[in-house]
Design a protein around this ligand. Structure first.
Ligand SMILES: [Zn+2]
Length: 137
């Protein structure tokens, strides 16, 4: 069998990730699509979603603590463009600059725990500054 160089591995235990139906991982038959889960799942609770209608992973495999952190980071970051401070494009450009990552690598699903913390901190700074500004005006 041909070895796939791009094979995704679990960053926690080093085992290869395998494509599984999302409904199995989320225990929800209504979930469509697939996720890459650690081949040692559920003993090793690490997985990552794929982009809709594809088998391309959205980022690196995450265990439950990192998944929660990424959700929190996304919610904080999304406020930047949902509130109209930035457009969505501007927000990702700003984030890529703040994290020192190329724009193509600026995905919250690729962020480590440390980068998520940085992202939350930087996003909160912008949100706070803009709130103050609108209070004065
Ligand atoms: Zn694993």
């Amino acid at each position: 069998m041909k070895q796939n160089k791009q094979q995704l591995r679990c960053g926690y235990c080093g085992r290869p990730a395998i494509l599984r139906p999302a409904s199995e991982i989320y225990h929800d038959p209504r979930k469509n699509g697939y996720v890459y889960a650690c081949s040692h799942y559920p003993a090793c609770d690490a997985y990552v979603s794929v982009f809709p209608d594809s088998k391309i992973p959205m980022g690196t495999l995450a265990g439950s603590a990192l998944r929660q952190k990424r959700i929190q980071a996304h919610q904080t970051f999304d406020q930047l463009w949902l509130s109209g401070i930035f457009s969505r494009d501007q927000a990702y450009r700003w984030l890529s600059y703040k994290l020192g990552l190329p724009l193509s690598q600026t995905h919250i699903a690729l962020c480590s725990n440390y980068l998520c913390d940085q992202l939350i901190m930087e996003s909160q700074k912008v949100l706070k500054n803009n709130r103050q500004r609108s209070c004065v005006a």
